[in-house]
Write a protein that binds this ligand. Sequence first.
Ligand code: FAD
Length: 498
Amino acid sequence: MDEINICWFKKDLRVVDNEALYESSKNYDILPIYILEKEKWQQPSHSFRQWQFCKECLIDLREDLYSMGQPLIVRIGDVIDIFEEINKTFKIKGIYSHQETGDYLSYKRDQRVRKWSKENNIPWMEYLQFGVFRGSLKRDKWAKNNKKHFDKEIIKISKNFKKVSFKEEYLPSDEFFDFENDQCLGRCKGGRKEALKRLNHFLNNEIYSYGKNISSPAKSYFSCSRLSPYITMGCLSLKEIFKKTKFLKTKDSKMFNSRLFWHCHFIQKLETQPELEFKEYHPYFENIRVKNDYFLEAWSEGKTGYPFLDACMRSLNHNGWINFRMRAMLMSFASYNLWIPWQESGLKLAQKFIDYEPGIHWNQCQMQSGTTSINTNRIYNPIKQGKDHDPKGTFIKEWVPELKDFSEDLIHEPWLIKNFDNYYSYTVNYVKPIVDLKLSSIYARRSLFQISQKEGYWSISKLIYEKHGSRKSTYKSKAKKIKNKKTLNKQFELDLNL
Ligand SMILES: Cc1cc2nc3c(=O)[nH]c(=O)nc-3n(C[C@H](O)[C@H](O)[C@H](O)COP(=O)(O)OP(=O)(O)OC[C@H]3O[C@@H](n4cnc5c(N)ncnc54)[C@H](O)[C@@H]3O)c2cc1C
């Protein structure tokens, strides 16, 4: 039997700066494999648009590996069944992969793989994909360890591989996963070549207006890196991006680099506590919201009657991407104004994002819903956001053409027009607001405040902070606040006018 190492590709679809690939090819021939797990792709957080993007990344990776002598083997099925099959054909010396902090399903799958590898005496080596660490990590040391990861050298492989033959399968047709039809016509194309193009374009042109335009949904489409889908699928490593930007030393590049650390900071939270995908950080916030399919659908289709919010949602539906502030506003509206469970609105957003990354996503969904108890709560006002970031209403007109004839004065609040009922029923095919913004914000604020007054609330909050809180420069002041209940109460004095 030939002796080989398995290089198991997951969300690290690149040959450069791939430690698992490098280490696996040191002493033995390798079998580079990507396993398409139907169960994973059938989860409600996954979508056709994400699969299309992933498929393009796989095609690119296959080409890159082919040029090194050994194309990527793609197989469909359960990971252990396929490893069993390889084990019958070859003597597996080791399995090499990056450490994945994915969703709960991949967490459980990794536990099964670990058990199988032990039972079969096959060592499984996992390498750091990001600065995210397993085991009992002390939060105080996290930033230091994270930096160490970013400071390491980029790994390059110069040798060619010997071809190892193993049964291959074609990438499945689009019907395979029973996805809903979801064209996402404006999405970016997947793969490392596209990722490098985008990175170079960003660094040579757009990074200089990164900070200035970061909050505008129209301008940030160009000035933000929009690298997130490529980072999610691992077409680029964070380290590669960081190394290219750290010498720029401008205000914009520093701001950008800090986001790369945030990426790891959020994923670390899910690594530490995988249940956060479903369960509230603070148990006092469990089941406080009410399921409402009508609200959920109206919000998801961009038909809430709030023009700027609807424009953002429709733009996201088309492009599969929107900037941070608008994501936060969309989530805040669903959680505070519509008062629907973040788990449901979060799933809708996950499907829409090409860059769906569970560690960032579910943490942000909870943060924007006020369930962490350790972050300042923010209720975004979509009218104010619109006036601030789309003052002339051009973004609204692009995505909500029903309002194309409205003047600048009225476009953010079309209900202020005279003869509102007539206008709406006969001339403009645009919905009335589905909820009263002010009343719903007051209700949300009061509800969260009352919960914060319950006995035992702050002692639980303190434990949450110790486990998950950021320890950067704000550490001392935050720790002080946690000790001082009075000050912390202020976080419930929500800013309704953000
Ligand atoms: C409700 C909600 C859900 C989100 N879900 C996701 C998600 O599923 N996947 C995802 O990658 N990001 C998510 N984000 C974070 C953020 O909005 C995106 O990372 C960012 O908009 C991606 O665009 P960009 O690549 O142009 O970012 P840039 O501003 O160019 O930043 C570069 C990179 O830094 C990282 N980054 C930037 N902002 C954040 C942030 N706030 N938190 C963590 N990392 C960050 C990303 O890797 C990003 O690609 C979410 C935010 C919110 C409010």
